[in-house]
Design a protein around this ligand. Structure first.
Ligand code: RAM
Length: 926
């Protein structure tokens, strides 16, 4: 063998060794499982018609033993999926050494209206091992600017008919609008951009475009109207097409409690659409709303009002009206109006309303000729009726949330909302009807006017539950039936009042975005439902509704226009952004709202003298047993205003800190301290007792919850609070503002047993009291109804009012025990607090990092806790225990290691620090 060949052999041997080694190396360390649950911005999954050209990206790491945390990530973004991952033409973040896996800002090329964008991500774990690329996700932008619109507003002038309805409000007859158009080429793709001043339902060639209802939703119509984008590729075809639209008043031109809106609500509803079609040959066609459309108001839908219901006359049905097989020569030309520059048209920034659940009647009874269907659950939505009828008869559909003791419908609490639907039959036989431009709050449905020769059947009615299309985000359950019922009532209160905006109530002539109610219930809603986008969207309306002087209207969108604000209500603009930040860790929510928070503080200043507030306030609304008999309760308005002034300053300082605004942080922190001092001097005597104003539970709660007293006085204030609670026979005496603070303050004081006592009280006023009286939702008043005294005589008596559901936050955080220690649950606290009244409780919560769960049970003095902590987070787990007894972890005596650490073992608790994983602890609490 030559020297050369020897060398060659040696070389190849070495090479194969290297290759072998490399492959075996790869075998030892394959790529990690890819990231999952990819979302953009406030939790959107592959959205169409997205609102934001500068999104953020989030993902979850897989639940896998090798993945404890993330040490780096890479995001790639492209205009075409084929370019991913290696030729990303829009953005390649490159490998970023960072633990951040949520809300990472896009920093690539500018994105434009209509653009479709594809993205994927990979991460490196704690040992710098790389993952596979995730699946490719996508989003498509909507029309982002008014100038993208070539269409004009169109409609029939229905104001000129001057029909007046309830409370003499102008009634606009529902309109039918249509247009026929020809396409000569094959269609490759089609997008329908669409909105209304009013509410609409659209069909193409006789096919419904979507199952969305009450679109586009309720915004500050004088500032912004939301638009929707639909993929209608499958509906348009080469040849002649038709598009048909039904249009009704909705919130824009309909009846709202006070009716003096900042937008002109007397104008007839209007409609705007732009259908953009790309042909297979690459050419484009655009069909817009303009004066070539035709309309009429003599269709089957004769009347449609949110508060009052619908009238549908089957005799006036117009077969094929939204197809090209129809002669519209009798229809009128529409009026057109230009798009105003000052009203922004923006893609809807949260989800549309849909029929989310279906309830079926559990019982039917007859009463005075009507048939009553009992769904056994107070709900919000519409009925779907399938009923036999006789030609010419009118089916009357009435609703109520509860029956009066004599079995008749209790509708006094609907106040002036007629809340009744009518269907006029054109022939004998079964009819099917579901109202589309109204909604009702009800448990009972009454039908009359059907064919009485037929035997009534439960199958005649279904309850279609409508709310904004979000998913559940958590579950809470326990060993106690009434506590579980309370949880269910909270969830139903949420479903019923999250119909596009957060409302106070869903059934009477109100249904408005009351800011105070939102302020107190917002935090609880975030546990139970995936509502980040819902809140972020509504906060945009709050910003738009804010007045020059910083005032936040009582309701948003503003439907009163009286230019004054209420303390505790307007403070929603500081409280909700902060609470969302704590739940999500997304700094954008603070960025977006920071200026509004500052402006609100200016308004607080304007309404105070020497830092003592004199702002108008609904105060501790509906406090039980008010000494003065007032709906505003006994707590001083000035005290409430001053406390909220301080609290809003405190939250603004905290927000400034997160945003790195040092100067503002210092300024607002000083402001907070100054107000707190003024508060203390004005309302507290030397001994930490309320002076000069009525001493109430809520006055102490505000002082303690918002940290407005020096340490020296806190102790006494605490015992005074306990005294007040004792005076009330260990019952709450709190209204809308005080109630959510009870759990926070008593918990911080270590008065857990007392809080449990209040929570488990069966007598008035308490949560279980309403359950004992038959509540299936949260009520507006602690005593909206009682078995002994009947309905509260006030007609302001909603049986679906979420405010007191604010206790849900404590149920998740303390009864089950899941709370964020750091914004967004990057650090989690698992700290359930058992009580003799419960033997178990558990919650599962979807956090930005994935699912957290905490489930405990108490058996023979053994406390058992199962908990799951998602990847890329850590948790402090606090386990009630007799620390003299051993703690067991996963069936063995607890031993510290480099991951799981004992932090403390004292005062009846073990405190353990853990990385992500699933743990089962057992302690003895003897
Ligand atoms: C009622 C609303 C709401 C409350 C205001 C002050 O009309 O229902 O719950 O916030 O009054």
């Amino acid at each position: 063998m030559t020297k050369q060949s020897n060398f060659a052999i040696a070389f190849y041997a070495l090479l194969s060794l290297v290759i072998l080694n490399l492959t075996s190396c790869k075998n030892q360390q394959p790529f990690l499982q890819n990231a999952e649950s990819l979302t953009i911005s406030e939790g959107f999954k592959n959205p169409l018609g997205f609102y934001n050209a500068a999104p953020t990206f989030s993902w979850n790491l897989p639940v896998e033993t090798d993945v404890k945390s993330q040490s780096a990530y890479q995001i790639v973004v492209a205009s075409n999926p084929d370019l991913l991952p290696n030729k990303a033409d829009l953005w390649d973040s490159k490998k970023q050494v960072s633990e951040q896996s949520t809300f990472i800002a896009y920093a690539g090329k500018n994105l434009n209206s209509r653009q479709k964008v594809y993205w994927q991500v990979k991460y490196w774990n704690q040992e710098n091992v790389e993952s596979n690329w995730s699946e490719i996700n996508h989003f498509e932008l909507g029309l982002l600017n008014n100038k993208d619109w070539k269409a004009q507003w169109i409609g029939i002038d229905t104001a000129k008919d001057s029909i007046r309805g309830r409370e003499k409000v102008l009634i606009h007859k529902p309109q039918y609008l249509r247009k026929v158009f020809d396409l000569t080429n094959e269609v490759a793709s089609a997008r329908l951009y669409i909105t209304a001043k009013g509410v609409f339902d659209v069909s193409i060639n006789g096919e419904n475009v979507s199952d969305d209802v009450m679109s586009p939703g309720f915004t500050t119509y004088d500032k912004r109207i939301e638009t929707l984008t639909y993929d209608v590729t499958a509906l348009v075809k080469s040849g002649q097409n038709a598009i048909g639209v039904e249009l009704a008043s909705g919130w824009h031109s309909g009846r709202l409690l006070w009716g003096t809106t900042p937008w002109d609500n007397t104008i007839s509803p209007k409609f705007l659409a732009q259908l953009e079609i790309t042909m297979k040959d690459g050419s484009k066609e655009t069909i817009v709303t303009d004066n070539s459309w035709k309309g009429m108001t003599n269709g089957p839908l004769q009347f449609a009002e949110i508060y009052d219901g619908e009238i549908y006359n089957e005799n006036l049905e117009i077969p094929n009206w939204s197809t090209n097989n129809f002669d519209d020569k009798d229809w009128s030309p529409v009026e057109v109006a230009i798009i105003e520059d000052n009203v922004k048209l923006e893609p809807k920034r949260h989800t549309t309303v849909k029929g989310k659940l279906v309830l079926t009647p559990q019982e039917i009874t007859e009463k005075d000729g009507g048939i009553i269907f009992d769904l056994k659950q107070n709900m919000v939505g519409v009925p779907l009726v399938k009923v036999p009828m006789k030609k010419g008869d009118t089916l009357k559909i009435r609703f109520s949330e509860m029956l009066s003791p004599d079995g008749t419908f209790y509708t006094k609490n609907y106040r002036s909302a007629h809340s009744t639907d009518y269907f006029i039959a054109a022939q004998d036989g079964d009819i099917e009807y579901m109202p589309k431009f109204t909604f009702h709050g009800f448990r009972f449905v009454e039908l009359s006017g059907f064919d009485t020769s037929k035997e009534p059947s439960k199958s005649w009615v279904k309850g279609i539950v409508l709310y904004s299309d979000f998913d559940d985000n958590g579950t809470f359950t326990s060993s106690h039936d009434k506590l579980n019922k309370l949880q269910s009532n909270i969830v139903w209160g949420l479903r019923g009042n999250f119909l596009d905006i957060p409302t106070d109530c869903p059934q009477r002539n109100e249904r408005l975005g009351w800011t105070g109610d939102a302020q107190v219930f917002g935090p609880t809603s975030m546990f139970n439902a995936d509502v980040y986008k819902f809140w972020a969207s509504w906060l945009q309306s709050v910003r738009e509704a804010q007045l020059q002087d910083g005032a936040i209207p009582w309701t948003v969108p503003d439907s009163r226009g009286n230019k004054i604000a209420s303390s505790g209500w307007g403070d929603v603009c500081t409280v909700i952004p902060w609470k969302i930040y704590m739940r999500t860790g997304d700094t954008r929510i603070l960025e977006e709202n920071f200026e509004m928070m500052q402006n609100w503080l200016e308004y607080h200043k304007l309404k105070s003298k020497k830092y003592i507030s004199n702002m108008m306030s609904f105060s501790d609304w509906l406090q039980p047993h008010p000494e003065n008999g007032d709906t505003k309760g006994d707590t001083s308005l000035n005290l409430i205003g001053t406390a909220y002034f301080a609290y809003s300053a405190k939250l603004t300082a905290q927000a400034a800190k997160v945003l790195g605004k040092k100067e503002e942080q210092a300024k607002y922190h000083t402001l907070y301290k100054t107000i707190a001092k003024a508060f203390e001097n004005e309302f507290f005597d030397e001994n930490g007792k309320i002076k000069g104003v009525t001493e109430t539970q809520t006055s102490y709660l505000l002082a303690l919850a918002f940290d407005l007293l020096p340490e020296s006085k806190q102790q006494i204030a605490k015992s005074n609070l306990l005294e007040k609670i004792k005076e009330a026979d260990n019952h709450l005496r709190t209204g809308f503002l005080g109630t959510p603070l009870l759990s926070q303050v008593l918990d911080e004081m270590g008065e857990i047993d007392l809080m449990y006592k209040l929570l488990f009280n069966e007598t008035y006023p308490s949560w279980f009291y309403s359950i004992n009286q038959g509540a299936t939702t949260i009520w507006e008043r602690w005593n909206s109804y009682s078995k002994t005294e009947g309905f509260n005589p006030q007609n302001m008596n909603s049986l679906n009012h979420y405010a007191y559901g604010a206790i849900g936050e404590w149920m998740y955080e303390r009864v089950a025990g899941i709370a964020p220690l750091e914004a967004g649950y990057k650090k989690i606290r698992i700290s359930p607090i058992p009580n003799e009244k419960l033997t178990s409780a558990s919650a599962i919560l979807n956090t930005p990092y994935g699912k957290v769960s905490s489930s405990w049970k108490l058996e023979n003095n053994t406390f058992q806790l199962e908990t799951t902590i998602p990847p890329n987070t850590t948790a402090t787990i606090i386990i009630p225990a007799n620390v003299k007894e051993e703690l067991r972890l996963n069936g063995e005596t607890f031993k510290q290691d480099s991951n799981v650490k004992l932090i403390n073992a004292k005062n009846g608790f073990y405190e353990i620090m853990v990385p992500s994983g699933t743990y089962s602890f057992q302690s003895s609490i003897k």
